[in-house]
Write a protein that binds this ligand. Structure first.
Ligand SMILES: [Zn+2]
Length: 290
């Protein structure tokens, strides 16, 4: 199946990263400035990267905004892909896949059916979307197990389920997806207690999927650098980051607009966002890899 994805940017970026032992910043972007900031940072540090959009942002900007993101990413001088995160609702999946069929295609989308009660139900929900995405060369990420918490426009989940590595191969074959987001004690939003990640689950998944199915870490708010590094060492290559970039950007923009000209406030806030991205390229080891 992966032959159909030979030119897929997300897969190529992640497989190279996994092979060489570094992580890829997959930074949630809420507007055009964030996209430009991430691309600017990646070019400056010669790092691959992934632009991450939430369904709520896609629903807001639709085809014209996605086309802008694709242009900004694909015209960059370093490899950058565009990913849709946590597509759960049929209307969001329909929007993303409908656009792909018109030629405005994400490089990858996450079909999130992790709210399903069983793996079989998760597979049954995800499979038709995976097949439809494959026809447009769009790679799909799925979640096995279930992460607790919630983020902007995403549903709130209160009953986490850890990923069972023994079931992962059947699950990935069943869905046909090519990127896996495991549940290892990570959660969306703020950690109330220090995170306790099951590195043994990551290691077991990496042993099964090395070179084939990249692993994606969700739920990275407030994580210490050492934990990112440990997860990369144990096989994670795609690292979703949200509030780390979002919050300093929003603060800089809000404050800047009180005292500066509009273009100056935008420029300075975009630089703040780019600075966060640059710090992660260094922590994740992707700096200089593009
Ligand atoms: Zn997530």
């Amino acid at each position: 199946m992966s032959g159909a994805f030979a030119g897929n940017r997300t897969l190529n970026i992640l497989r190279k990263a996994e092979g060489e032992g570094y992580g890829i910043l997959t930074q949630t972007c809420y507007d055009a400035n964030c996209v430009l900031g991430l691309v600017r940072a990646a070019e400056r540090r010669r790092s691959p990267a992934i632009v991450n959009l939430f369904p709520v942002t896609l629903a807001f900007g639709k085809g014209p905004f996605l086309q802008f993101c694709l242009n900004a990413a694909h015209q960059a001088s370093v490899p950058i892909a565009v990913n849709l995160d946590h597509a759960t609702d049929p209307e969001h999946l329909e929007l993303a896949l409908g656009l792909a069929e018109q030629g405005i295609a994400f490089d990858s989308i996450m079909v999130d059916a992790s709210h399903a009660d069983t793996d079989e139900e998760n597979i049954a929900l995800a499979r038709p979307y995976v097949e439809r995405a494959a026809k447009c060369g769009v790679v799909v990420e799925v979640e096995l197990g279930r992460l607790e918490g919630g983020e902007a426009g995403l549903r709130m989940i209160s009953d986490a389920k850890l990923t069972n590595p023994d079931k992962a191969e059947t699950f990935m074959k069943g869905t046909g997806a090519l990127v896996l987001a495991p549940s290892i004690g990570n959660l969306h939003g703020a950690y109330l207690k220090p995170p306790n990640f099951r590195q043994d689950i990551l290691k077991a998944l990496h042993a099964k999927f090395k070179g084939e199915i990249p692993l994606c870490l969700h739920g990275t708010d407030q994580l210490p650098d050492e934990l990112f590094i440990e997860c990369i060492k144990n096989g994670v290559s795609k690292i979703n980051v949200n509030s780390w970039g979002r919050d300093p950007y929003a603060k800089a923009l809000a404050e800047g607009l009180q005292t500066k000209s509009f273009p100056d406030a935008v420029e300075d806030a975009t630089e703040v966002f780019a600075g966060v991205c640059e710090r992660f390229f260094k922590v994740f080891g992707s700096e200089g890899k593009a």
